[in-house]
Write a protein that binds this ligand. Structure first.
Ligand SMILES: *Cc1c(COP(=O)(O)O)cnc(C)c1O
Length: 356
């Protein structure tokens, strides 16, 4: 498929924000990408236009039934000036996995990557350069039929917006406190847990709020049936190092298949460190802690890349992992992935994709 992307330049460019106080998702660049889908016509009219609010009929289907998906990836400016994306095809492949589950027509993966590159290149002056900062890329699709019956929409919008973001942990990478959720569940096998779709986040907010009130950063979800097996953290996949082996929950339909997770597994294999994807119960983690074989725990995701877990609270039984400090493996993975992303270390895997 080949498309021509139309371009309408903004007549009122915005002032760029202070690079030292970006936070996450607060600022948006001057332009955005949009493409429409119409039943019978397919995806059409790709365009880059000034960033602006959308005008939607109040009956627009996505507002009522949540038929939508999203993605998240980052662009970095390397010291030598190159602009790099990290494994962008993986994100667009995942769009189609999510689309399939949500009955949204598939997109053209290569074109979606091209559109991302075109938009990022156009907005390259918005890519912050301060340590730990990047340009967050948010592709998403919404269903747009003005209709209140329940069925898949016949029209959609695929959009990409960009947001300069700060270092996820401005004071450096510190271990987080995680609350093991035994009351609410995020997803079940057969549900939408493996899709990157807004509904999963809507359903997670209440547990997140309650954990925050108790002083925890995020929740660790257990499986929705027995509340026994570990699934993932809010926006991250999780890994545990027990007896020298790195273990992460296997993908069985209720967990999001993270690209940082996949990269972590590939790196560990490359380094010859044993890594296993399997069912892992919360009891096993607590037993390992009790007998001194739990060495490290960490989350993986685009936003923070690696987030060491310093404390777990499961039914008010609290454990401190690795004395509340970042572990060696966590630090090594963090340095390697962020090094590849920002072009400061050699990319042996072909993960960094240059925007030209
Ligand atoms: C996006 C996401 C992740 C992390 O995926 P990455 O591709 O590594 O950013 C993990 N869990 C959930 C629920 C997510 O939405």
């Amino acid at each position: 498929m080949s498309y021509q992307i139309k371009f309408e330049k903004t007549s009122s460019p915005k002032q760029k924000p202070d690079q030292n106080n970006l936070g996450f998702g607060n600022y948006f660049t001057d332009h955005m990408f949009i493409m429409d889908y119409t039943e019978g016509k397919g995806w059409h009219d790709p365009r880059i236009v000034p960033y602006a609010p959308l005008s939607l009929d109040p009956s627009t289907m996505v507002l009522h039934y949540g038929q939508a998906i999203f993605e998240g990836l980052k662009a970095y400016k390397a010291k030598d000036g190159r602009i790099l994306l990290f494994r962008p095809h993986k994100n667009m492949e995942r769009v189609n996995i999510s689309n399939d589950r949500l009955c949204i027509p598939p997109i053209d993966i290569d074109f979606a990557v091209e559109a991302t590159k075109t938009l990022v290149n156009l907005e390259k002056d918005w890519i912050p350069t301060a340590e730990g900062t990047s340009l967050y890329i948010r592709p998403f699709i919404i269903s747009t039929d003005p209709y209140l019956g329940v069925r898949p929409s016949n029209t959609y919008k695929f959009m990409i917006i960009l947001s300069p973001v700060g270092a996820y942990y401005p004071e450096g990478i510190n271990p987080v406190k995680i609350y093991v959720e035994s009351n609410y569940v995020r997803a079940v096998k057969g549900g939408i847990g493996y899709a990157k779709t807004p509904g999963n986040y809507a359903s997670s907010l209440k547990a997140q709020m309650e954990a925050k009130k108790k002083g925890y950063t995020q929740v660790l979800w257990l499986d929705g049936i027995e509340k026994k097996y570990i699934e993932e953290v809010g926006t991250m996949n999780v890994f545990f190092k027990i007896k020298g082996e790195i273990i992460t929950p296997s993908l069985e339909g209720s967990i999001l298949a993270g690209i940082t997770r996949d990269s972590t597994i590939e790196l560990l294999k490359f380094w010859g460190i044993p890594v296993t994807e399997r069912k892992l119960s919360i009891e096993e983690v607590y037993e390992a802690q009790a007998n001194g074989t739990l060495d490290e725990a960490f989350g993986t995701g685009t936003a923070a890349v690696i987030s060491p877990i310093g404390e777990l609270n499961w039914n008010e039984n609290k454990i401190t992992i690795n004395k509340g400090k970042i572990g060696d493996i966590s630090a090594r993975i963090y340095d390697t992935i962020t090094g590849i992303q920002s072009g400061s270390i050699e990319d042996k895997f072909g993960w960094a994709v240059e925007v030209k």
